[in-house]
Design a protein. Structure first.
Length: 61
């Protein structure tokens, strides 16, 4: 599998956690983030870096 995929803001949690195996579900996650951005007119998880991105995802309730 490709080592670096998907722009950070739309990257699925399994990719942020360095999973070496992933499926098409990462694309579903990305599309969901993009749809939410279209609705809300701002990025859902605008992480500044890898660690900040994970923190934003973990804060979701």
């Amino acid at each position: 599998m490709t080592e670096y995929v998907v722009t950070r803001w739309y990257r699925a949690p399994e990719l942020l956690l360095n999973s070496s195996e992933y499926t098409a579900s990462i694309d579903v996650w990305s599309v969901g983030c993009i749809f939410m951005e279209l609705i809300d007119r701002k990025p859902l998880f605008p992480g500044r870096d890898h660690v900040h991105q994970l923190r934003l995802l973990m804060e979701v309730r």
